[in-house]
Design a protein around this ligand. Structure first.
Ligand code: ATP
Length: 513
């Protein structure tokens, strides 16, 4: 199965099993907007809890807030979003399709890297055991030529992005002979800047309505509340404020399912530090956040850091944690050193003093900020794409299983009476009632046991609990594990402990640095 096929299957599976639906589908959907179904919302809530508890519960010096989506419009002038939150766009005149100029170039660069890797793989095959990869990379004329061309384009692109040179971006697209994937032509327009914020009006028109924005990031709700939280919580630097909430961006290139949405959810934590100590904390949060991802067990090789070449208008250092999605390594989280840009500007724009008196140094200053910012939806996609498996069973049957880490699984256990009579359903309901206060569990008595197992595999339920005639005699049940399909006989009274041991978030927390 190619990665492309896998991705298509994942999208179909997400819909078929109630994880993710296109928004307002009966009206043919709304581009880049999605709804979470009955399974999706559980998975999403579990991811949010994993993140929230890892920040707020595990750290004495991190607290949470929930700020409004609407904010005073001056916020976005101070933050720089009104003037600088832009994407460079280019249209193809034949297909009438619009693209991000930087993304077209990045895809071209990635293709050059692929070309080089293919050459190396071919040579490895040709030379066998005697292959010296380093020497080959340093001497093969074809590899050297591709690498030189790639590096030169990359250098020009970074320069153009930093200088905001839109003509040069267009020239690069022409020089690389990039064609529109739809029309196949190079009939490109000029490159223009496009602001990503959604606008709406507040107040009735007669009162004099004014333009406000749907927040493009949750971070500003934290910055404007810095003093409120610091004072009321008696917080001492270094400390953090965490928040989970919706953000909105009028993304132009909206592809790849829930990877790039127009309405999405962020989990952000702003960590306030002494000026000059931001690099130490930036490095610390890089490691902590990477260990949070790796604790899920999807394989360390599937993650990497990618340092930003073009820094956002507020940052002095920035890296992304990228995950190996079916469509390649892409960002799931950003770790940014935002300096004192935001608090400093809010001080300027609001005319209020936003400073912290440091009792240890006896000085007042505008704190520096290290931010960790992760998309909930990209996490959902990470979990689904890492968990999706198609397996051939010993009996020749196929099964699709979502090997979701048990603490994140939407349903923790399914209770399945072997037959719909002889008191087995009643016993099943009693077990459900015992577990339902602590875990999301399902009761299912319809169809053969095999079919019911398949249904639970497809939504990633870690445990299937089967009630049979023996259960009536000795109060035991069969517990089937999702991944190994092994079955064991367990006393009903032991079920809560067995489930807890697998699904408790503690298992993951222990692995975080
Ligand atoms: P990209 O380069 O992919 O557009 P970004 O660098 O603009 O992302 P940030 O501003 O750093 O993203 O936002 C922090 C996080 O919010 C991202 O790591 C991502 O997980 C999430 N995010 C950003 N934009 C979107 C979107 N359109 N849809 C879903 N999640 C998003």
């Amino acid at each position: 199965m190619t990665q492309d096929e896998l991705f298509k299957k994942l999208v179909a599976h997400s819909k078929e099993y109630g994880f993710i639906f296109p928004s307002s589908e009966i009206y043919d959907g709304l581009s880049a907007v999605y709804d979470y179904g009955q399974m999706g919302v559980e998975l999403k809530n579990n991811i949010k809890k994993y993140w929230w508890d890892s920040m707020v519960k595990l750290h004495d010096n991190i607290v949470g807030i929930d700020a409004a989506i609407f904010m005073h419009p001056r916020t976005w002038e101070a933050s720089g979003h009104v003037s600088a939150f832009n994407d460079p766009l280019i249209d193809n005149r034949d297909s009438k399709k619009r693209y991000r100029a930087d993304v077209l170039l990045e895809e071209w660069l990635a293709k050059q890297d692929e070309k080089i890797e293919k050459e190396v793989a071919k040579a490895r095959k040709r030379f066998g055991d005697s292959f010296d990869e380093t020497q080959y990379r340093n001497t093969s004329p074809r590899v050297l030529e591709t690498a030189a061309k790639r590096d030169e384009i990359h250098r020009r692109m970074v320069q153009a992005m930093n200088d905001n040179d839109l003509n040069e971006l267009r020239q690069l697209i022409l020089d690389c002979e990039i064609v529109c994937p739809i029309s196949g032509t190079r009939n490109w327009t000029e490159v223009r800047q496009f602001n990503l914020m959604f606008e709406t009006k507040i107040g009735s028109v007669s009162e004099g309505a004014s333009t406000i924005y749907l927040r493009p990031e949750t971070a500003q709700g934290i910055f404007v509340n810095f003093l409120n939280v610091q004072k009321t919580g008696r917080m001492k630097i270094p400390f953090g404020i965490a928040q989970i909430g919706k953000a909105f961006r009028n993304e132009i290139v909206a592809r790849q399912f829930i990877f790039r949405m127009r309405e999405f959810e962020q989990m952000e934590m702003q960590f306030f530090v002494r000026p000059g100590e931001e690099m130490k904390w930036w490095n610390k949060w890089k490691e902590t956040r990477m260990s949070w991802h790796r604790a899920l067990g999807f394989g360390d090789d599937n993650y990497r850091f990618h340092d930003h070449e073009k820094l956002a208008h507020y940052a002095n250092a920035a890296t992304d944690i990228e995950f190996n999605f079916p469509f390649g390594f892409k960002e799931v989280e950003g770790i940014h050193s935002r300096t004192d840009f935001d608090l400093g500007n809010h001080q300027k724009f609001s005319g209020r003093k936003i400073q912290y008196f440091d009792p240890e140094t006896g000085e007042s200053y505008v704190p520096y900020v290290v931010e960790t910012s992760i998309g909930v939806d990209r996490m959902v996609l990470q979990v689904l794409s890492a968990a999706y498996r198609e397996e051939k069973l010993d009996n020749g049957e196929d099964r699709v299983v979502l090997a979701i880490p048990a603490p994140l699984a939407p349903v923790k256990a399914a209770i399945l009476p072997l037959v719909k009579k002889d008191g087995l359903p009643e016993m099943g309901h009693r077990i459900k009632d015992m577990l339902k206060y602590d875990y999301n569990v399902q009761y299912d008595e319809k169809d053969s046991i095999g079919k019911r197992y398949r249904r639970q595999d497809a939504i990633g339920t870690p445990f299937c609990i089967t009630v049979d005639h023996q259960s009536l005699e000795d109060d035991t049940v069969t517990v089937r594990q999702r991944d190994t399909m092994e079955q064991q006989r367990v006393a009903i009274s032991e079920l809560p402990a067995l489930i807890e041991q697998a699904v408790g978030l503690r298992r993951l927390f222990d692995k975080i640095i």
